[in-house]
Ligand binder design. Structure first.
Ligand SMILES: *Cc1c(COP(=O)(O)O)cnc(C)c1O
Length: 462
């Protein structure tokens, strides 16, 4: 299996290099040269398999011959044994045809664990085999950082620097990152927004000297292995609801568009995914793009769902590439122009391709709060604000057949907002209850690429 860049100026690489490289050298994102396909009877068989077994089969299709099936299964079993629920991603029914998929039973209580736990094992495997050490630079809107720290702490061949926007994430989110004691982890509170952090990350990756001297790697959702790992729960949930015989809809709380794009990936592999509804908060770039055909960056507004406070969704480039029939010249033109102009006018043919699968709905703060309350009253389920954005979307769309809402965070990750909305205090699961007593360790830096790049170099070389 070979991976090509959406911008067409980098040479094709294997799965190992796509995973270890993250972003392609030309600034584009890696996608498989051709989508693998899973046969209908294999998808039907997923209903009787463990989560780790399905993950091994789906990821195996992307890894090709670079990992043996036995190695892949062993890594998946280890990765998903860190989850506190035996089903890994269990479902709860909240309406006649509506289900919540709980993606938050991993060590940092957010859906990012699902991909990060397997990604850390893939890194370990590949780097060990090559006798190589890397520095992971990560920008987080709240949950990626905690998941990365949980997955990579103590890793022998990897150092991790996590940047988060100071004051824009919850205390629990921050503590998942800053209380790690292992010396291979460094946390930086950046004076700026998540989009600023993401811009610094891109800048660091385009700095050839830095990139080579510290062997820079990315685990943000621009890393294709994360997307591949996230496509797995589309298969397990749909198979449990009768796929491939019954098509299934998904509603996905979205920010960087990694999670929702993973649903598209599952569909390309052969899963009958009917519609994917992208749920956003008032940072609605994706909802506007799918509705109006204009992808335009706005100012980032802080909301109750901070992991979705994003106004330029990296993975949208992957969908755009598919929607323009894999025209890499057009994709490069559009996204290079977007960097300065902040606007892409989606060509009509590409827009109707996108609209055939995706719709987008934006939900305001009041409705998010009301949905936490109504879901508790009507179903007894306490949901977090990110999940509430997606549950709120159900009232605005008309979906036929079974629908799965992705629940991306545990309510105890946002205790203040959830308590204020519902009057019920969410309890942290037992394993993480000691978080508030641990010592924090992080550095504060201005949102300036050169300062942060110097910090990364010093940490990597220490
Ligand atoms: C990261 C995150 C999202 C957004 O996912 P994307 O893949 O960036 O679209 C939604 N909810 C929570 C809780 C998250 O951590």
């Amino acid at each position: 299996m070979r991976y090509i860049s959406t911008r067409g100026e980098s040479s094709a690489v294997g799965f190992t290099d796509a995973v270890l490289g993250g972003l392609a050298p030309d600034g584009g994102l890696y996608v498989p040269e051709a989508w693998p396909a899973l046969a209908r009877d294999r998808i039907a068989a997923f209903a009787g398999m463990s989560y780790a077994q399905v993950a091994a089969e789906v990821l195996g299709a992307f890894a090709g011959d670079e990992i043996t099936p036995a190695e892949m299964l062993a890594m998946c079993e280890e990765a998903y044994a860190t989850f506190s629920h035996r089903a890994v991603v269990p479902m709860v029914q909240i309406g006649p045809q509506t289900f919540i998929a709980e993606l938050f039973h991993g060590p940092s209580l957010a859906f990012k664990d699902v991909a990060m736990q397997i990604l850390a094992r893939l890194y370990d495997h590949f780097l060990g085999r090559q006798g190589r050490k890397q520095t992971i630079l990560c920008a987080t809107s709240g949950d990626t950082g905690g998941a990365a720290v949980e997955a990579f702490r103590g890793a022998k061949n990897v150092k991790v620097v996590v940047m988060f926007p100071e004051g824009r994430i919850s205390e629990v989110q921050r503590r998942f990152m800053t209380t790690a004691e292992e010396g291979n982890i460094a946390c930086v509170a950046v004076n700026g927004t998540f989009d600023d952090c993401q811009a610094i990350l891109k800048d660091a990756f385009l700095d050839r000297v830095l990139r080579q001297s510290v062997d820079l790697a990315a685990v943000n959702s621009i890393n294709f292995a994360r997307i591949a790992a996230q496509s797995v729960y589309y298969f397990t949930t749909a198979a449990a609801l009768g796929a491939p015989d019954r098509p299934v809809n998904f509603v996905v709380p979205s920010g960087n568009f990694g999670d929702a794009f993973a649903g598209y990936v599952a569909r390309r592999l052969g899963l009958p995914v009917k519609r994917i509804v992208v749920a956003t908060n008032s940072n609605d770039i994706l909802a506007r793009a799918f509705t109006t055909g204009r992808y335009t960056r706005g100012a980032v507004q802080p909301t109750l769902s901070p992991a979705m406070d994003i106004q330029s969704a990296s993975n949208f480039e992957r969908l755009y590439f598919e929607a323009v029939r894999r025209d890499s010249v057009e994709t490069a033109r559009a996204f290079e122009a977007f960097r300065t102009s902040g606007v892409i006018d989606i060509p009509p043919v590409a827009l109707s391709y996108m609209q055939g699968i995706f719709s987008g709905v934006a939900i305001g703060e009041d409705e998010t709060t009301r949905t936490i309350v109504s879901t508790l009253n009507e179903t007894g389920e306490l949901i977090d604000p990110h999940t509430a954005v997606a549950v709120a979307v159900l009232r605005h769309v008309d979906l036929e057949g079974p629908t799965v809402v992705m629940s991306t965070a545990h309510p105890a990750k946002f205790p203040d907002d959830v308590t204020r909305a519902s009057g019920v205090q969410p309890m942290l699961p037992r394993g993480v209850a000691s978080l508030s007593g641990r010592r924090e360790r992080f550095d504060r830096l201005p949102g300036d690429a050169d300062t942060i790049k110097a910090y990364v170099r010093a940490f990597a070389e220490a």
